[in-house]
Design a protein around this ligand. Structure first.
Ligand SMILES: *[C@@H]1O[C@H](CO)[C@@H](O)[C@H](O)[C@H]1NC(C)=O
Ligand SMILES: *[C@@H]1O[C@H](CO)[C@@H](O)[C@H](O)[C@H]1NC(C)=O
Length: 342
């Protein structure tokens, strides 16, 4: 009897791990059923360091990128996947990355890249199977449809809530992913531009991937350093509206333009990211509904902001008592609401 129980137990352990091992099949329906690890959604912001060489290859999928690769593909039976795949396995096994961010997919289809076969291995057997997040650039026919989070096109920022987790991969230099010696100051995003992009992205359920291009000797240009430090400074004050947040019932305001909302998962507090300082220090918002329990704060500032019901519903804030030298940030102010009616 005892032996029998032990045998059954062992069999069950074996069978459970076997089932777990082959959980995901190498097809998109099965791969798309894998939940995106929650750390990815909570993290919200990433920095992309993009070393673009004028000649050469930047990442595995790029082994098959460009005109030369295309003509080789057409005229010979040399298969770039035969080179890219073993390198991808090696990269994952050796460096155990949190993210596998595929690119260069537009050259040809997922079938050519053996993408589903790789992802099934990544999700079932790899050393990062439970933690890794991947994007959607796994073939010219795949982006914006399948994979982990959706990048769709570069600088994708739809401005409305999306059903699936997505990422806005964008650059601080408006015209390049790599370093440009001939860039002008006006070619770089200002802090207002960057925070406008950030607010819109996070409100609509996206993550932001901020790209900078180091120079050929590996240095980071002071303009990139300044922008990243300013972003850090802004997040130091306003991070609770961003990290660990989720989209609210409204993404932007119904009355005042350039106001974007988030909600903190842990507390249900609602945040309004206000990109333009309100005229006359009076801010009228249509989306948050005032109740007698409503308390409003500005992040980084001690004390509450006087609030009352708006004339057509919503809420009106009177920011007048905030002295200029107590305003915590130079760009984009965040108001926190607790005890709203909605
Ligand atoms: C890619 O997939 C094809 C068909 O499933 C298979 O024959 C081939 O061996 C795979 N290539 C690699 C490098 O795994
Ligand atoms: C809110 O966002 C939508 C979609 O981006 C836009 O069409 C609308 O004009 C915005 N509303 C305001 C008040 O700015």
């Amino acid at each position: 009897m005892k032996g029998c129980v032990i045998f059954t137990l062992l069999f069950c352990i074996f069978c459970t791990s076997f089932v777990l091992c082959t959980k995901y099949e190498p097809n998109w329906a099965s791969l798309d059923s894998r939940p995106l690890p929650s750390w990815y959604d909570d993290r919200k912001i990433g920095i992309f360091i993009h070393w673009v060489l004028t000649i050469g290859q930047i990442f595995s999928m790029h082994q098959g990128l460009g005109e030369l690769a295309n003509s080789i593909r057409k005229k010979t039976n040399i298969h770039f996947g035969e080179k890219a795949l073993p390198e991808l396995y090696e990269l994952v096994n050796k460096y155990k990355p949190d993210i596998v961010w595929s690119d260069g997919d537009w050259e040809t289809t997922d079938v050519y890249w053996n993408a589903t076969q790789f992802l099934a291995w990544l999700y079932n057997e790899s050393p990062v199977k439970d933690t890794v997040a991947v994007n959607d650039r796994w073939g010219s026919n795949i982006r914006c449809k399948h994979g982990g989070f959706l990048n769709c096109n570069d600088k994708y920022n739809p401005g409305v809530l999306q059903k699936r987790k997505w990422e806005n991969a964008m650059t601080l230099d408006k015209y390049s992913w790599g370093y440009r010696r001939n860039a002008r100051l006006t070619d770089y995003l200002t802090m207002n531009d960057l925070l406008d992009t950030l607010a819109k992205t996070i409100s609509c359920g996206g993550n932001l991937l901020v790209n900078i291009g180091p120079s050929s000797d590996g240095t980071i240009a002071p303009i990139f350093e300044e922008r990243l430090r300013q972003l850090g400074q802004w997040l130091g004050v306003n991070g609770e509206a961003i990290y660990g947040s989720k989209p609210w019932s409204h993404q932007n305001d119904t009355i005042t333009p350039n106001v974007w909302y988030t909600m903190q998962k842990a507390t249900n507090a609602v945040y309004a990211i206000v990109l333009d300082w309100p005229k006359g220090n009076i801010l009228s918002l249509g989306a948050p509904v005032y109740s007698s329990k409503t308390v409003v704060m500005m992040l980084g500032y001690q004390g509450n902001i006087p609030a009352k019901p708006g004339s057509k519903g919503g809420i009106t804030l009177n920011i007048a008592p905030v002295p200029a030298d107590k305003i915590p940030c130079k760009w984009a102010w965040v108001f926190k609401f607790v005890g709203l009616k909605n």
